[in-house]
Design a protein around this ligand. Structure first.
Ligand code: BMA
Length: 341
């Protein structure tokens, strides 16, 4: 196989990349100074976790899930020069509707942030008479305009693709329930205008072979366009007598028909093992929401929420990661289906 290339990627030499530790046998390894965001990071905020970052104006900007000291989550902006040390804004992001009037959800969590053409979009989970997805756009990180919620309740884990495919925006999501959802597959929906979503397709279901993802799965980071297909970092959940365990997984989706899963890795890429992943508000959670990648070297950083309490960073190399996923592929005929019944 030729060297796997990142398509349309940026160069990010400013991140203090770390090499893989010796004798480490998974393709994703942790940053040695994890967690990068600890408890009580700013006044009035108890915990920052499941969060998303992009490059903007020569720096990094992030949208952070911040749990207030009354337990309610909202989104906060942060800025960084190295993608590791973050300065947060004091106040939560305030949203307006398309007429410019204040339009705040009752709560907001698990944001994913990305740029499509000249606009930044963020998508999160919120109340829409039941948990569902919300979307907003910005061009300057000052004014955030909400657009129509894409789906009815109950839905979570919305992740947009970074470009239109066949002329349409593409959105991954995970239909769910009103509680902690003991099931869940990843679906794909399409839209010409970011408002009306349809052509729903099944992408991936839970795995009966891989027990780490035997209960539910959900898209994690914005898919990365590579020469082998869309690289999707997602979460997979196992159920145990002591509750759910969230691990990080990887799959490769077809470049033109991303509801087809070309390769699905049978092993997790990272599972809770460190104190900050195993111990916290919700133990045993590694919940990826974003990646940054250096197209020239193929170095990648994965941002993941740890135990609903901290932000962790893990590194990988796109070529090794894609090869690992292909070498450990156990995608079956169901994965390759277009996902329409
Ligand atoms: C999911 C989401 C995530 C959270 C995870 C573990 O359902 O709510 O925000 O990290 O549960 O608690």
């Amino acid at each position: 196989m030729d060297k796997v290339k990142i398509i349309n990627g940026e160069n990010l030499p400013n991140i203090p990349w770390q090499d893989k530790p010796e004798n480490y046998n998974l393709p994703v390894w942790r940053y040695t100074e994890n967690p990068i965001i600890g408890r009580n990071p700013i006044e009035g905020i108890a915990r920052i976790f499941n969060s998303s970052v992009v490059t903007y104006g020569g720096r990094f900007v992030g949208v952070f899930r911040a749990e207030s000291i009354n337990g309610v989550p909202f989104l906060y902006l942060g800025y960084s020069d190295d993608a590791i040390h973050w300065e947060f804004e004091k106040d939560r992001i305030n949203f307006v509707d398309e007429e410019g009037k204040p339009f705040m959800p009752a709560y907001m969590y698990d944001p994913r942030l990305l740029k499509i053409e000249d606009t930044f979009y963020m998508i999160w989970c919120q109340d829409g008479y039941g948990a569902t997805l919300g979307i907003a756009k910005t061009t300057d990180f000052k004014k955030f305009v909400r657009i129509e919620n894409p789906f009815l309740p109950f839905n979570r884990n919305g992740v947009l693709f970074p470009r239109k495919i066949n002329g349409k925006y593409m959105l991954l999501s995970r239909p769910s329930d009103s509680g902690h959802t003991p099931f869940g597959d990843i679906f794909l929906s399409e839209s010409y205008d970011m408002e009306y979503w349809g052509h729903h397709r099944h992408v991936m279901g839970i795995s009966y072979n891989n027990w780490w993802e035997g209960t539910k799965i959900g898209a994690g980071a914005v898919p990365i366009e590579t020469s082998e297909g869309w690289l999707l970092i997602y979460h997979g959940v196992a159920n145990t007598c002591n509750g759910f365990v969230y691990s990080i997984g990887g799959a490769i989706l077809d470049i033109n028909e991303p509801s087809k899963v070309l390769h699905r890795c049978s092993t997790y890429l990272l599972t809770p093992e460190e104190w900050y992943e195993e111990r916290g508000f919700v133990p045993n959670v590694a919940f990826p929401c974003a990646t940054l990648q250096d197209a020239e070297t193929g170095k990648m950083a994965i941002y993941y929420g740890c135990a609903d309490s901290y932000v962790g960073l893990a590194f990988t190399q796109v070529d090794d990661l894609v090869k690992y996923i292909i070498d450990h592929d156990n995608a079956g005929p169901a994965e390759l289906e277009i996902g329409r019944r």
